[in-house]
Design a protein around this ligand. Structure first.
Ligand code: GRF
Length: 216
């Protein structure tokens, strides 16, 4: 069966993009990274993609008169490559409502907190400032509301007493790299269905693992 083509949008490091590229190397993985698009010319993730033989495109947002015109240019690039799923992976550009509306139910994002807690930026510091004992990451469908679309999957990690924003970010990032390829697989296998704000994942048993932090 033909693999689902994914388009990954990045602005920087690209470690989640790299995790998707690595997962897609497996012969039985149902998706492939067709193109990586960055709005930042020097994004380190671009080189990772190029070294892996993946097509890349740089579309600097500064060259466009407004958000929607930029978004339409990005979208045209994705469509040219036959993309069926857009994966935002550290894409640091707020999109016009046009983009998630155009790609409705075919665009996902990964965010380093357990949404709806701690949307936006400086997310790990927000978790520390709030005294949270558990944080994690969320993969969700993208809607015009920032960090607020239907949640597909989450992974939780403990917040430890000595954590800094950096140590917490690193612990969460390890789980991001597991969660994102897993969700893309489910999407490609046609297992996800959205009903309002809830997403059903067909064929996945409810989790039996509890995380206590601190341990009882
Ligand atoms: C990740 O923490 C992701 O959750 C957030 O931005 C960061 C991107 O990191 N949206 P990378 O570029 O994937 O390494």
């Amino acid at each position: 069966m033909a693999k689902l083509k994914i388009g990954v949008l990045i602005s920087g490091r690209g470690s989640n993009m790299a995790a998707l590229i690595a997962a897609a190397k497996a012969a039985d993985y149902p998706a492939e990274v067709a193109v990586v698009v960055s709005n930042v010319a020097g994004a380190p993730g671009l080189k990772i993609a190029q070294d892996a033989g993946i097509a890349t495109a740089v579309i600097p947002h500064k060259g466009f008169p407004d958000r929607e015109t930029f978004d339409r240019a990005v979208s045209a690039e994705l469509e040219k490559r036959g993309v069926g799923l857009v994966a935002l992976a550290g894409f640091m550009r707020i999109q016009s409502p046009w983009f998630p509306t155009h790609w409705k139910d075919r665009i996902i994002n990964i965010h380093p907190s357990l949404l709806p807690s701690f949307p936006g930026l400086r997310v790990q510091q927000q978790a520390l400032d709030a005294g949270a004992r558990v944080s994690g990451c969320t993969v969700h469908f993208v809607t015009p509301d920032l960090d607020a679309g239907p949640i597909i999957a989450q992974a939780a990690v403990p917040v430890l007493p000595d954590d800094t924003a950096d140590t917490l970010a690193a612990r969460i990032l390890r789980q991001e790299h597991r969660l994102y390829p897993m969700v893309v697989r489910w999407f490609a296998e046609g297992r996800l269905s959205v009903a309002g704000s809830r997403v059903a994942v067909a064929g996945v048993p409810p989790t039996a693992t509890l995380l206590f932090s601190p341990e009882p």
